[in-house]
Design a protein around this ligand. Structure first.
Ligand SMILES: CN(C)C(=N)NCCC[C@H](N)C(=O)O
Length: 249
């Protein structure tokens, strides 16, 4: 609540939409890579089409592996967009006010250009390893939770209904973000590290010094808020995916 109040006071309601334009533009592409890689990996592993899969018992090991492959691939697509989002969200200076130093980045494109000028193109992938470590196992769990729950909620050899897609998708989001939050905290700190004096010597140093200075609870910061948003976001994501897949195939 303190964060919400201070954000509103210092940055008005616009403060809650900082760093939004790039994720909006990239989330379609990132989700396309995520779900496309998952579906095609599962097709390769189990050599059954989505329709055939519904009628047969599902190999959950294949689901987890296909989801993890998808998580690994989408993390690299996501890395530059996520870095720019985090850098813009952490600019807490109010927008241009007389006498107040303007924020370092004027917007996502200026942020991308500054990072490339200061840190080279590789600078856009700062924190990418932490993102890969965050997303690879948790996206395996994401799809495993969805497939397991939607089958559990659907009577045999029937297609999951819309309510099932929404509930299973919502819980898949919460389950995956609960596991992902500790690495998400580390990822965001690594992404902010390139700004001023380098604080961490690497990913492990970031984990150890964060735990030492702020206690192990630091790795669960934002979990409640993240879970509250993860349910609706992922309920709609799976609902749209399933219906679009039926409509298009
Ligand atoms: C735990 N993680 C990283 C995920 N579940 N990622 C995949 C879905 C992310 C979704 N667009 C969202 O913003 O929740």
């Amino acid at each position: 609540m303190d964060c919400v109040i201070k954000t509103y006071r210092r940055e008005s309601v616009l403060g809650f939409f900082k760093g939004m334009s790039f994720p909006i533009g990239s989330v379609a592409m990132v989700n396309s890579v995520l779900f496309g890689t998952y579906s095609n990996s599962l097709l390769l592993l189990s050599s059954t089409s989505p329709q055939e899969r519904k009628a047969q018992p599902l190999n959950y090991g294949y689901v987890f592996v296909a989801g993890s492959i998808a998580g690994f691939v989408q993390a690299y697509c996501l890395a530059p967009f996520d870095l720019i989002k985090v850098r813009l969200q952490n600019q807490t200076e109010p927008r241009t006010r007389p006498g107040v130093a303007p924020p370092q980045y004027r917007g996502p494109l200026h942020c991308a250009r500054s990072i490339i000028q200061e840190e080279g193109p590789r600078g856009l992938f700062r924190g990418a390893w932490a993102l890969v470590l965050r997303d690879t196992p948790t996206l395996g769990l994401y799809f495993l939770t969805y497939e397991g729950l939607s089958r559990w909620l659907t009577s045999d050899s029937k297609e999951p209904g819309s309510a099932t897609m929404l509930v299973a998708g919502g819980f898949a989001g919460i389950m995956s973000w609960t596991i992902a939050t500790p690495m998400d905290v580390v990822k965001s700190r690594m992404q902010m590290d390139g700004l001023k004096r380098r604080k961490y010597r690497g990913l492990l140093d970031c984990v150890i010094s964060s735990a030492r200075q702020e206690g192990p609870g630091v790795f669960f910061r934002g979990l409640t808020l993240n879970s509250a948003r993860a349910f609706p976001v992922n309920a709609v994501t799976f609902f749209s995916y399933e219906h679009l897949l039926r409509f298009l195939s």
